[in-house]
Design a binder for this molecule. Structure first.
Ligand code: GAR
Length: 208
């Protein structure tokens, strides 16, 4: 399966996916990385692993249509079958979402639908979980639709919120769960083991 990765920051999820591929557990090809921030460490990871990378940011374009055209052409050029958002903090244009319906996956650092939506990304999520006093947080892997964090859920895993947690401690625990699990959802998609029925995602043969 030919995958394009979108990343905005450190790219530790991107690295975890590369490592799973290298170990032979994840049977997917990373044919392109796209980032909106040229200083993102994710670009270094792409370079170190000989994955072609493009810096494409919405701010480079006068209209969303031009932005979407550029993204669409880049994705088509490498014959993308799956788009993987790995710490990507920008909304994709709706025409790309339509074109890649149920072929865009995202990982969110909480148990959706709690602590999701506009503005709920990265450390904001962990701060909100702690402020609320939730005892559980976790990860959600989902398909991407037009609304922030609302597409069909593929996988969720919980992690405990501990009494002594600050946002960074909780983020680290959640990130470890992301690294452990994201590749399994992608591998299942690559192996044709995932079926979408309305909002419900069915694992036809599952190891989770
Ligand atoms: C991850 O925790 C990911 O779930 C989150 O940003 C972090 C990126 O880490 N994504 C979002 O909040 C998207 N809404 P990474 O760059 O080290 O993979």
């Amino acid at each position: 399966m030919r995958c394009a990765i979108f990343a905005s920051g450190g790219g530790s999820n991107f690295q975890a996916l590369i490592d799973k591929k290298t170990s032979g557990r994840l049977r997917a090809d990373f044919v392109l990385m796209i980032g909106n921030n040229s200083k993102a460490k994710a670009f270094d990871r792409a370079r170190e692993n000989n994955i072609p990378a493009l810096h494409i940011a919405p701010s480079h374009f006068d209209t969303e249509e031009l932005y979407a055209d550029k993204l669409g052409a880049a994705l088509k050029e490498v014959d993308t079958q799956l788009i993987i958002l790995a710490g990507y903090m920008k909304k994709l244009p709706s025409s790309i979402i339509t074109q890649y319906r149920n072929r865009i996956v995202n990982i969110h650092p909480a148990l959706l639908p709690a602590f999701g939506g506009k503005g709920m990304y990265g450390m904001n999520v962990h701060k909100a979980v702690l402020e609320y006093g939730a005892k559980l947080s976790g990860i959600t892997v989902h398909f991407v639709d037009e609304e922030y964090d609302q597409g069909p859920v593929i996988m969720q895993k919980s992690v405990p919120v501990l009494d002594g947690d600050d946002p960074q401690a909780l983020a680290d625990r959640v990130l470890a769960a992301e690294h452990e699990n994201y590749w399994q959802a992608i591998e299942a998609i690559a192996q044709g083991k995932i079926r979408v029925d309305g909002r419900r995602v069915i694992w036809t043969a599952s190891n989770v």
